[in-house]
Design a protein around this ligand. Structure first.
Ligand SMILES: [Zn+2]
Length: 291
């Protein structure tokens, strides 16, 4: 049995999975602000679902930035979890190899392996409270220098009108995330995404589409999978606007297929089980990245 954990800014999921990656049991709870109580709740949830079982390996999805080499993560939106020694702490609790990665990379892995027919390159983009993405190329997560996670949400976007309070969590004022994430929508439009009117949604869709156009031009993915509560909340209309924008504006690269995630909110937990299996089957060296 494998242990999978998705530590999100608002909720945490702890699950057991079989060697095929199928989730067997799961527990969900609100992520505590404090690191200590968060770790304790994960331990307690794992003991409930694992009972007397021991786990072959553990996979963890957590917010970046993080360093797989150092075994540490400092999730951007969880200040009290800064400098969290993910590998050391969980090894101490479960005595099994611990594999972890940025949640959006893990979700991309989950999406990639959940399909019978492999789509490659596959770009996964999630828009929820925050925003992020992961690219699978040749069956593996695309990484930058020093295994850095490329940050698709922090690309500069030309605004469709002058939006004065478009400020990103990273401090810049023209990031895609600062225009389309749930947090950004609250700040710009003064209401939650669910209350946006048709024109406001169109603006969000246009900004998102520009980001996907840039990413498509550079990576030329076969398919873009959109996940996250804001993107999915935009519904079929958002999807159609994004598709037609890409269709019109991608002149030199093939226009990728764009679809909503079939795993939805489960993409990171399914991916966490998968990286545990891939790591375990690959020999269990935790500092090696096999996905
Ligand atoms: Zn930014």
């Amino acid at each position: 049995m494998f242990l999978a954990v998705d530590i999100g800014g608002t909720k945490t999921i702890v699950a057991s999975a079989d060697s095929e990656g199928t989730i067997v049991e799961r527990v969900q709870f609100a992520t505590p602000k404090e690191l200590g109580s968060g770790v304790e709740m994960i331990r307690s949830a794992a003991s409930t679902i694992g009972r007397k079982l021991s786990f072959e390996a553990m996979g963890v999805a957590i917010g970046g930035p993080l360093s797989i080499r150092d075994g540490k993560a400092s999730p951007l939106h969880q200040a009290a979890w800064s400098d969290f020694s993910v590998r050391e702490v969980f090894w101490g609790l479960f005595q099994c190899p611990v594999f972890f990665d940025v949640d959006t990379n893990v979700a991309a892995v989950g999406e990639y392996y959940s399909r019978n027919e492999k789509v490659d390159p596959l770009l996964y983009v999630t828009v929820s409270t925050g925003m992020g993405g992961g690219l699978i190329r040749d069956g593996k997560v695309f990484r930058g220098v020093d295994s850095n996670h490329p940050e698709i949400a922090h690309q500069a976007i030309p605004m469709v009108r002058n939006i004065e309070n478009a400020k990103c969590a990273c401090g810049l004022s023209d990031c895609l995330e600062g225009l389309v994430s749930g947090r950004a929508i609250e700040r710009i439009y003064g209401k939650p995404p669910a209350s946006l009117d048709e024109w406001e949604w169109e603006e969000v869709a246009l900004h998102l589409a520009q980001g996907l156009r840039n990413a498509s031009t550079i990576y030329s993915p076969e398919k873009i999978i959109l996940g996250g509560s804001v993107a999915i909340g935009g519904g079929q209309k958002l999807l159609e606007q994004v598709r037609s924008f890409l269709d019109w504006n991608l002149r030199l690269v093939r226009c990728p297929e764009v679809a909503f995630s079939s795993l939805g909110k489960d993409a990171p937990i399914v991916g966490a089980a998968r990286i545990a299996i891939l790591g375990y089957n690959g020999g269990g060296d935790e500092s090696e990245v096999l996905w």
